[in-house]
Write a protein that binds this ligand. Sequence first.
Ligand code: FES
Length: 167
Amino acid sequence: MTCSCQNIRNNNTRESLEILEQILLECDEETNLITLLQKVQNSYGYLPENVMKEIAIKRNIKEAKVYGVASFYSQFRMKPIGKYLIMLCQGTACHVNGSAAIESALKDILDVSEGEITPDGLFTYINVACLGCCSLAPVMMINDQTYAKLTYDKVNSIISEIRGSGK
Ligand code: FES
């Protein structure tokens, strides 16, 4: 078994610390680490390694504690993501209704593996647990938008539409 900390440490992207400085100004010392990491992820899109190190320094806590919390909770991402985050539901209802085929469609259409960014920087897809709209299975969300009763053609047209919109 490989420690997930290794995956975190393999990401060498260095992000500006200015955003973190602002977040720390808005959070008092009592703000718990999970809340702080959520704010960091909302701002950076993920948890950059150099930012986590800086949090440890600024909060006077061990780096291992920051990495430990970040890797324990599935809500936290250790790698940058594309402009559009596709969250494909793999909950029971979606699984029964063909989420595996939708995952194959995404891999085929985007030509990336789960968690990777497409070369145009637009998309990252990840598998997630139930999105809470099981009657519409199979379902995915792209950023804040929900897409239901997916088929290969539907996924293809959604991705093409986003690519074509130039957003
Ligand atoms: S199982 Fe997919 S939305 Fe609930």
